[in-house]
Design a protein around this ligand. Structure first.
Ligand code: MGD
Ligand code: MGD
Ligand code: MO
Length: 766
């Protein structure tokens, strides 16, 4: 091969993931954000029995106990919140909102923590301080003036606690709407919709103990070295037990190849590492349905050859729909499977053989599965594969969706949903004495569409960065500016906050890491992790400012000012969060003895009937599905179209950008790159480092992103990747999975052209 040309900021990363590089990056995160004296206190309290839950990810900890688990990206999440930098009223007096809006989310959040409640002043184009009570009164008056409660959207980002989320839904429902757009709508909605249809509950079925006992793991479409770093400890243990770990991912992700566990003294001392994936298949983006159908088809062929591959007893006793699945697999041709997945028949047969040998299998998956037109159907295909061999309701087996935000699952459990069940609404009515709205409300995309059309006029955000996380900023940003009222509960400035409407409030909250003292003493909140464990979390640091309030106090303050006839004792609930938990217990099944059980270290597990082979489906059985054809798109695409996936870098938490490196992918000091297969570069007449323009293939929207540096990467042919949120300019707002409403952020049809300008734009922004 000829020598690759030098491109600024792009250099291959040869080491394993984890190891000394991770320790160094942690030290750097601490140095850049925190007072060094506080850092050990806060980092050592993360995920400890008397400490706080890591805001980084939703992976559980062994009994939330014992040793400190080192985690680079957990440390970044913690130090980013516990930073000593501040956005004060003086700072905001010096900068107009228009000038701040010119900056990136990276620059905005790096200014530090918000310290005072603020309101937008149109005359000066600045945020000015406001007293808490005055803010609540104005918000209450504004909300009371809308013609219909359905003109208001109540957005939740999954970091909110169970207590805050529960009060938020109570507030909105008593106000009169089920408009609950939430981050889950952009994330694991395919799981929340697909799993209940298949197994009767919308949550994963495995626990950490299952990983100790499994003998086969299929990992599809997630990048744990960056996004679920504590999972690497688990995968590392499994790999060392020689359990096969098969990966389906279009991109070579270093942590799935090789990992040095910073907890492992020998690996650290000897600079060695452990291979993680036993086999790594670079499936085409959007090729998983074809691949899964191929694996299942091969399994059927094995069964025909030698029998005893399927769990016939389980299928007969516990499932419905197997014949239809079998007939569909029979009629799906290998040529289609190979073309769509980009994988060879022998490879898929190999996966089937390894799977057929296993006694207990787990499939783990993330956004590579859910963020497609057929995300919901993809999730159901994974269940089909597991059902074929009875991999539910026994040790070491099950399905493991890797959740997003640290409490996104808990938010759903306590009522953040635009489609509430009748039972839940009935219990709310019994306990609180008001009649909640019965109709379904808006999810995230519907909410934004209603804002675009001017039908929704107000947005209250319990955290998050709504407009930046959603697709199509050209539409979304304009809609934000047309709002009559926007209210943001947040820790740090972001662009959604700056897209001000007629009246806009910025309400700064206490973070997870901070002490929350109310009338009855210090409070803890509770969260539910990816494995349905609910436990308490209590911050330890002095709050970033004396003016901060807890999310619970702010939600209750707005509710009190808005719902003047409410019989709920909102101030009493703020005084003592045990009282909120008592109400949760009264209205939501599974929370019996809530306050007692969270006082036991490790907490408790929410009921998961599927783990006992009880299926809460209409038929009472687990349901096989049929995925029509092999294509994960509603529309067929011309052959010259590339599939763009949008991904997170290693220095990023969703729209929060901690830094500009993506170490394991060999990108340093920049994010303006497009990952391409060398042959795709050549086919487009491009060289590594050339500037390209990207254009979405869409009949409705004209969307483009210009002057991006194309770089060579080990990615499946025909698939290209760029960073989120920058690439959201390429995603049409209505480009969604119609079964669950999630934007198809991982399969955007694009064409690529060499940019007119070359050279000048290729320098990193450092
Ligand atoms: N540090 C950190 N932690 C996080 C987050 C963060 O941003 N930073 N975000 C949190 C949130 S909200 C979430 S939802 C999770 C996200 O966690 P992930 O699900 O890991 O999210 P992505 O970075 O979007 O990564 C998707 C992975 O899927 C692959 N992929 C893309 N398209 C396809 C496809 O069609 N098929 C297959 N098989 N693979 C594909 C990509 O190559 C990439 O490896 O992480 C959570 N944890
Ligand atoms: N193209 C593309 N788009 C995507 C995705 C993708 O893969 N590709 N992923 C989607 C996914 S999976 C998700 S989950 C969404 C994420 O969407 P969101 O959850 O809306 O976005 P975040 O970036 O996590 O929100 C960051 C903001 O939350 C606030 N915040 C931080 N901590 C706290 C806290 O403790 N309390 C409160 N009240 N506020 C806090 C801060 O002000 C910060 O600026 O994005 C989605 N968008
Ligand atoms: Mo997410």
């Amino acid at each position: 091969m000829t020598q690759r040309r030098e491109v600024p900021g792009i250099r291959p990363y040869d080491g394993p993931a984890g190891g000394w590089g991770a320790l160094k990056a942690t030290a750097q995160a601490v140095r850049q954000q925190m007072e060094l004296t506080e850092a050990p206190v806060v980092l050592l309290r993360t995920n400890q029995p008397a400490g706080f839950d890591c805001p980084g990810c939703a992976w559980p900890d062994k009994e939330h106990s014992s040793t400190f688990q080192f985690c680079e990206n957990g440390a970044k999440a913690v130090t980013w919140e516990a930073t000593s930098k501040r956005v004060t009223p003086e700072f905001l007096a010096q900068h107009t909102v228009s000038s701040l809006l010119e900056l990136s989310d990276y620059e905005l959040e790096d200014f530090g923590r918000l310290t005072h409640p603020m309101v937008y002043d149109a005359a000066t184009d600045k945020f000015v301080p406001i007293e808490w009570e005055a803010a609540f009164a104005r918000i209450g008056a504004a909300l009371g003036a809308f013609a219909s409660p359905d003109e208001v959207e109540f957005y939740t980002s999954g970091r909110a606690s169970n207590e805050a989320a529960y009060l938020f839904q109570l507030f909105a429902r008593e106000f009169g709407t089920n408009n609950f757009p939430d981050c889950s709508n952009m994330c694991h909605e395919a799981t929340s919709v697909g799993l209940p249809q298949s197994i009767g509950i919308g949550k994963g079925t495995v626990s950490l103990e299952d990983f100790d006992q499994t003998d086969f793991v299929l990992s599809i479409g997630h990048n744990p070295g960056t996004n679920h770093p504590r999972m690497m400890g688990t995968l590392h243990e499994i790999a060392r037990r020689k359990v096969p770990i098969v990966v389906l991912n279009p991109m070579r992700e270093r942590a799935l190849e090789r990992f040095a566990d910073p907890q492992n003294v020998v690996e650290m001392a000897t600079y060695s590492s452990t291979n993680i994936a036993s086999t790594y298949y670079q499936v085409r983006a959007g090729g998983d349905a074809a691949a899964l159908k191929g694996i299942m088809k091969a399994l059927m062929e094995l069964e025909a050859e030698r029998g005893n591959v399927l769990d016939r007893d389980f299928i007969a006793e516990h499932t419905q729909g197997f014949e239809a699945l079998a007939a569909d697999l029979d009629s799906t041709g290998w040529a289609d499977i190979e073309k769509e997945s980009g994988l060879a028949r022998v490879d898929l047969e190999h996966v089937a053989q390894v799977y057929a040998k296993s006694k207990a299998a787990i499939v783990t998956y993330g956004m590579g599965i859910t963020q497609h037109n057929t995300g919901t159907a993809n999730v159901r295909l994974i269940v089909d594969l597991l059902l074929m061999r009875g991999n539910f309701g026994r040790p070491g087996a099950g399905i493991c969706p890797l959740r997003g935000h640290s409490n996104v699952q808990g938010n759903r459990t306590v009522g953040i949903t635009e489609k509430p069940s009748e039972d839940f609404l009935k219990r709310l009515e019994q306990v609180f004495g008001f009649t909640p709205p019965q109709g379904h409300g808006h999810d995230a995309v519907n909410a934004m569409q209603a804002m675009v059309e001017g039908k929704s006029k107000a947005l209250i955000c319990l955290g998050g960065n709504f407009a930046v996380a959603l697709p199509d900023p050209a539409l979304c940003f304009a809609a934000m500016k047309n709002l009559h009222l926007s209210v943001h509960l947040g820790t740090k400035l972001n662009r959604s906050h700056l897209l001000v409407g007629r009246e806009t409030f910025l309400l700064p909250v206490l973070g997870r890491t901070e002490i929350d003292v109310q009338a009855n003493g210090p409070q803890s909140i509770t969260v539910e992790d990816s494995m349905s464990m609910v436990h308490a979390s209590a911050g330890r640091l002095k709050p970033a400012s004396a003016h901060l309030r807890s999310e619970v106090a702010i939600v209750a303050g707005m509710a009190r000012a808005t719902l003047v006839d409410s019989t709920t004792d909102w101030p009493g609930l703020v005084d003592d969060y045990d009282r909120i938990r008592d109400l949760i217990e009264l209205t939501i099944p599974g929370f019996d003895d809530y306050n007692q059980r969270i006082r036991v270290p490790g907490g408790f597990r929410m009921p998961l009937p599927a783990t006992e082979r009880k299926w809460n489906t209409p038929s009472g059985k687990a349901m096989f599905s049929v995925f029509p054809g092999v294509r994960e798109r509603y529309e067929p695409w011309p052959d010259d179209v590339l599939r763009l996936v949008t991904i997170r870098s290693h220095d990023q938490y969703n729209t929060t950008i901690y830094g500009l490196d993506d170490r394991y992918r060999g990108v340093f000091g920049r994010r303006d790159v497009l990952f391409m297969h060398p042959q795709d570069l050549a086919a487009h007449g491009l060289e590594h480092g050339d500037l390209v323009d990207i254009e979405t293939v869409s009949s409705t929207r004209n969307l483009r992103l210009d002057n991006i540096t194309a770089i060579e990467y080990q990615i499946a042919r025909g698939s290209v990747a760029a960073y989120y949120p920058e690439a959201n300019v390429l995603v049409p707002l209505d480009y969604i999975d119609k079964a669950c409403g999630t934007p198809s952020y991982k399969s955007i049809p694009v064409r690529i052209h060499k940019a007119a300008r070359q050279g000048a734009g290729a320098a990193p922004r450092r």
